[in-house]
Write a protein that binds this ligand. Structure first.
Ligand code: TRP
Length: 333
């Protein structure tokens, strides 16, 4: 029996942090056990918003792939690839563009939100409006049935289904499946200042930070501000940012112990955050080791990425050929 296909992508806009690890990559790793997974670097999508600074994109793309491998995504089982290496995405995108009504794109809530949020950038471009059409091509060219994404991506996925439906209807063939989202439960990952962890807030612990940096950053995490001395009883559940992160790293029993020691004013914040740092470092160490092993072998990384691109291309080509044959009614360029 062939496995169902999963596809997802990330835009290469910066280094990965703990938020990506717990929010996205752990889920990708799990899916790898059950599905045939395609994971790709959406560098053309990054270009829709970074077209003024495109020179950063290759390094960020490389960084993403390195971290995916460091986390343990297995290139033998999952197809890891780069969007812009597979020109077939662009051709399918062009074909989809022909029958996608502009009104579908203009009413897309993610589109409207992003224009509003990124108002320092001029996103009134043709490319940005077409963002979800390109995304539909990414997904449908692998005839993926499942797409793990965050809630912000649901409108894009809905559009992908509408595009698939419209193609199948117009050209009278059920070529494309209607892909479903996989909405994983995403834990809230606080940055060191308590806001959502994000590169742009400067509060992130990056996966490739070294041990010393991770420990330092964790010591700067905000704890209960109403507890200036160890001898004051704390309220970790309601007032401590570090505790929010601890929930991801400690068992319920360990957490209970920490809570009661904090409330009883027996455990100080410095010592407590040291425990957290130990856990985070322990969690990151295998990533650091895998990454180092990879970087020590010259050419290996390129080999892995080329092989992933090759597999993706083969698959994408097949779908594209079928799509064109369906559309034109015969074999045509
Ligand atoms: N739009 C996605 C994001 O910003 C990235 C992406 C591009 C994607 N193509 C995709 C995700 C296809 C899933 C499937 O996160």
């Amino acid at each position: 029996m062939t496995k169902k296909r999963v596809l997802s992508g990330m835009r290469p806009t910066g280094p990965l942090h703990l938020g990506h690890l717990h929010g996205v990559l752990k889920n990708w790793l799990k899916l790898q056990e059950e599905y045939q997974c395609f994971y790709f670097v959406a560098d053309w999508h990054a270009l829709t918003t970074e077209y003024e600074n495109p020179k950063k994109i290759p390094a960020f793309s490389r960084e993403l792939l390195l971290e995916w491998l460091a986390v343990g995504l297995d290139p033998e089982r999952s197809v890891l690839f780069v969007q812009s290496a597979i020109k077939e995405h662009a051709e399918l995108y062009l074909l989809f563009a022909m029958f996608t009504p502009v009104s579908w794109l203009e009413r897309n809530p993610t589109y409207k939100d992003m224009i509003r949020e990124l108002k320092q950038k001029d996103l009134a471009t043709y490319g940005f409006l077409g963002y979800p059409v390109l995304q539909a091509a990414d997904i449908l060219i692998y005839r993926a049935e499942k797409v793990p994404v965050g809630v912000d991506q649901l409108p894009h996925l809905e559009l992908t289904r509408e595009i698939a439906r419209r193609f199948n209807y117009l050209y009278e063939k059920e070529l494309f499946p209607l892909p479903e989202p996989i909405l994983a439960e995403v834990p809230k990952i606080p940055g060191t200042d308590g806001r959502k962890m994000s590169k742009s807030f400067g509060n992130a612990i990056f996966l490739n930070d070294d041990e010393e940096t991770v420990r330092q950053k964790i010591q700067t995490m905000v704890t209960d501000v109403k507890r200036p001395r160890k001898s004051d009883p704390g309220d970790p559940e309601n007032r401590c940012v570090a505790f929010q992160l601890m929930k991801l790293y400690f068992s319920p029993e360990e957490l209970e112990e920490i809570v009661s020691a904090c409330k009883a004013a027996q455990l100080g914040c410095v010592a407590c955050k040291k425990k957290l740092a130990d856990k985070v470092v322990e969690g990151l160490r295998p990533l650091w080791e895998r990454r180092r092993a990879l970087e020590e072998k010259p050419g290996l990384f390129e080999e892995i990425v080329n092989a992933g691109n090759e597999k993706a291309r083969k698959f994408a080509r097949e779908t594209l050929e079928q799509a064109k044959e369906t559309l034109f009614g015969s074999k045509w360029y």
